[in-house]
Ligand binder design. Structure first.
Ligand code: NAI
Ligand code: MG
Length: 481
């Protein structure tokens, strides 16, 4: 008998307590070795004055057990309340969000009978840093940050997940034909890590065509790993396609702590009626068992659940009259699963879970040789044509830095721009060494240049340094440059 593992449990609001009781009962009957600590989160905590929905003392339990099984909560109406999920995700560094979308044809109605995919979404980076500025009258910006370590861990998790779950294919979606540096790095790291898993197939799609394919032929996909924003969008598309959001569980994985839950909310409309479907939370709990090394128990439960669905024992939300099914409440459904522990489904594909092996270890990349070779100075300017600005900046060029080009919203407008190009009040002015692009420059030369720019009455709103890493330019060219 394996050792008991401590976990933190929150019963949540609405149907939360009913489906948590059902889930824990099934886990116990299946032989899960758990020691449960309970914390309060949700409506009552919000209303007692904690705007994040969690009491300070609850963090101690989460940090001690490192595993959180959470029932859905009700977010009170009205402003001032912060999303509990976002707080937990950010505070505990939960970098990967795992969301499966599976159809259970012909036992549950669906438009895509062969859909069985998992979306693994990077959960912390990309534009979700929320670093935004208005820079000029006409232009706003949001910073998109993609880091190598952040990308490595989510992609490695995706490949390990595929192995553990007997998946065959890992797909990556990015827009690296446009964002060659940020999405380009995500794609590059995907290819690097894929090489460590020769037993798995891997492929990359440009996000737009990949998403179109996913929406029309989801059966082509297996595990899909994506940067944060794309993942936000395609996981909702996938959930909508499969048609049974009430059956999906999700995991949020961090290096230290992980959180497991149902995808749905607290369903206040059916709370206390004894008809809630515990499957979503149960699917979250199954992921938790695999995560804590009790994969055998997870497998027993999942297969008993599949057999129950196949035997036509359904809660009202998935019950279909014409399929000769038996409509049952939460308790009967739970009992039916427990009775089937140890059995396998006959028509639905049985699951097999494995405890993860040690992921191949890569030493962190040694830092590259970095050289400063120029600067992009961004100006708020509305006093004339690109040629007027080009002339002004040529006058400010010195023997340290000279103007190389000007772009407007990324398109080159000087030298040799076209009069048709629409210009707003936001200009990127690229300065490099007069000895030629790629020649090193210093921070002091940039400061001197900025002083000349300010003295000329020009409003610079930000600068971005141009660097070479290991001798390679690490900045984008202007469109048309
Ligand atoms: P919901 O998912 O709670 O309910 C949508 C519909 O699906 C309702 O008709 C409900 O009865 C049904 N439903 C959901 N889960 C079910 C289950 N297990 N069995 C049977 N039927 C089920 O979404 P809604 O109504 O938009 O939100 C209700 C509350 O839940 C809100 O306060 C919302 O903020 C919160 N919420 C919490 C989440 C979480 O804790 N992770 C996630 C989503 C919403
Ligand atoms: Mg979303």
């Amino acid at each position: 008998m394996s050792q008991k593992r401590a976990i933190t449990v929150a019963y949540g609001d609405g149907i939360g307590p009913e489906i948590m009781d059902a889930t824990l009962h099934i886990l116990q009957e299946a032989g899960a070795q758990l020691e449960i600590e309970t914390i309060d989160v949700g409506e009552s905590v919000y209303k007692s004055g904690y705007t994040s929905g969690i009491e300070p003392s609850a963090w101690d339990s989460l940090r001690r057990t490192k595993v959180f099984l959470k029932a859905p909560i009700t977010t009170p109406q009205g402003g001032g309340y912060k999303s509990l999920n976002v707080t937990i995700r950010k505070t505990l560094g939960l970098y990967a969000n795992i969301r499966p979308s599976v159809s259970y044809h012909p036992f549950i109605d669906t438009k895509h009978p062969n859909m069985d995919l998992v979306i693994i979404r990077e959960n912390e980076e990309d534009v979700y840093g929320g670093i935004e500025h208005q820079q000029t009258d006409e232009v706003t910006q949001c910073l998109k940050l993609i880091s190598r370590p952040g990308t490595e861990r989510v992609i490695r998790y995706a490949f390990e997940y595929a192995l553990r779950n007997e998946r065959k294919l890992v797909s990556c979606f990015t827009k690296d034909n446009i964002m060659k540096i940020t999405d380009g790095m995500f794609h590059k790291i995907f290819d690097e890590i894929a090489a460590d898993y020769p037993e798995l197939k891997s492929e990359h799609w440009i996000i737009d065509i990949g998403t179109a394919k996913l929406a029309s032929r989801p059966e082509l996909f297996d595990v899909v790993v994506v940067p944060n924003l794309y993942g936000d969008i395609i996981s909702d598309i996938a959930a909508e396609l499969v048609g049974s959001v009430g059956l999906a569980g999700s995991a949020n994985i961090g290096d230290q702590v992980a959180m497991f839950e149902a995808v749905h909310g607290s369903a206040p409309d059916i709370a206390g009626k004894g008809i809630a479907n515990p499957s979503g939370l149960l699917m979250g709990a199954i992921k938790m068992l695999v995560h804590i090394g009790q994969a055998d128990v997870a497998e027993r439960i999942h297969n008993a659940w599949l057999k129950t669905i196949e035997d036509g024992i359904h809660t009202p939300d998935i019950y279909s009259r014409d399929a000769r099914q038996e409509k049952v409440g939460t308790k009967e459904f739970t009992t039916a699963i427990v009775e089937r522990l140890g059995t396998q489904p006959e028509r639905l594909r049985a699951v097999h879970y494995h405890v993860g092996h040690d992921a191949p270890h890569h030493p962190p990349k040694p830092p590259a040789k970095k050289e400063l070779v120029g600067v992009d100075v961004f100006l708020h300017w509305k006093d004339g044509s690109p040629n007027d600005l080009g002339k002004k900046l040529e006058e400010l060029s010195g023997d340290d830095l000279k103007i190389l080009m000007i772009t407007n919203r990324g398109t080159k407008v000087w030298p040799h721009g076209l009069p048709e190009t629409f210009c707003t009040d936001h200009w990127r002015c690229r300065f490099v060494s007069p000895q030629g692009e790629g020649t090193p420059v210093t921070h002091y030369q940039i400061i001197d240049l900025l002083k000349r720019v300010a003295d000329a009455g020009l409003d610079f709103i930000k600068t971005e340094h141009l660097c070479h890493f290991d001798g390679k330019p690490a900045y984008s060219l202007g469109q048309g440059q």
